[in-house]
Design a protein around this ligand. Structure first.
Ligand SMILES: Cc1cc2nc3c(=O)[nH]c(=O)nc-3n(C[C@H](O)[C@H](O)[C@H](O)COP(=O)(O)O)c2cc1C
Length: 236
């Protein structure tokens, strides 16, 4: 499965089988996470066999079941020389890892609220834990979220070039906090794309996710450079 195919296959999954991740899946995830951490100045950690983070009332309320593995996504609030905020870098890297996990045959759910912070998650000085990503073999593959009209995030969709439309079509399949899609993408006559978040819960993280999905769908790397802290090694 390619990352592009994973866009269609991925849905949030909150109930998991007891099957542990395979050695190969763990190694692939560690390698991808190491590159994302390096490129986007993040502190993402794969936590395996943890009974605590998804054991509380919040997780129950969020209808999570049997989540034993997750990726904690933390990072330095400010990074010298990087144009993008922590929220956007977290979103961009989160988009990559959920799609990568899908290509490995795993299911995921991005979780900003309905989990418990545990001492197992390492948070260094100056870092903020933004969210965790539940990961494992889902009981099901999940279901497609209710689709919003494309004009919600791209008011000029109908008159936009095809590559822009493909980017937006891809964004509409992305995970978004509360499925809210609080962002706006525009393109001017010279083909310059602008993307802004609107007011909403986790909307800055969502914007980073949307930028990644937009690039994947449109085939253009418009935002990537501003997300990277190390401009030399950008093969993730
Ligand atoms: C930044 C962010 C935070 C989220 N936080 C939660 C959460 O706290 N609890 C939860 O059950 N789902 C959470 N979600 C998952 C969204 O509800 C889900 O992505 C959305 O409903 C769209 O469904 P899909 O992922 O299946 O496409 C979050 C998603 C994002 C992107």
């Amino acid at each position: 499965m390619t990352l592009e195919e994973a866009v269609f296959a991925r849905h949030s999954v909150r109930r998991y089988c007891s099957t542990p991740l395979t050695q190969e899946q763990v190694e692939e995830l560690h390698a991808r996470i190491a590159k994302l951490n390096e490129n986007f100045a993040l502190h993402m950690q794969l936590v395996l066999n943890d009974d605590v983070a998804f054991s509380g009332r919040l997780a129950h309320y969020g209808s999570f079941r049997n989540v034993k593995n997750y990726i904690a996504v933390a990072g330095q609030k400010a990074v010298a020389g990087c144009e993008s905020s922590l929220d956007e870098r977290v979103g961009y890297a989160t988009a990559d890892i959920v799609l990568w996990a899908q290509t490995l045959g795993l299911n995921t759910c991005v979780v900003g609220l309905t989990f418990k912070k545990t001492p197992t998650i390492e948070i260094d000085d100056g870092e903020k834990l933004e969210l965790v990503i539940a990961i494992g073999q889902g009981e099901t593959q999940g279901v497609q979220h209710p689709m919003k009209p494309v004009t919600r995030i791209a008011p000029d969709y109908d008159s936009a070039p095809d590559w822009f439309k493909k980017g937006i079509d891809c964004v509409m399949l992305a995970p978004s906090a509360l499925n809210q899609f609080k962002a706006r993408f525009t393109v001017d006559e010279s083909g310059r794309v602008m993307a802004k978040h609107r007011l909403g819960y986790f909307s800055k993280v969502d914007l980073g996710i949307f930028k990644y999905f937009f690039e994947l769908g449109s085939g253009k790397e418009i935002f990537r450079k501003s997300m990277l802290t190390l401009r030399s090694s950008d093969d993730v």
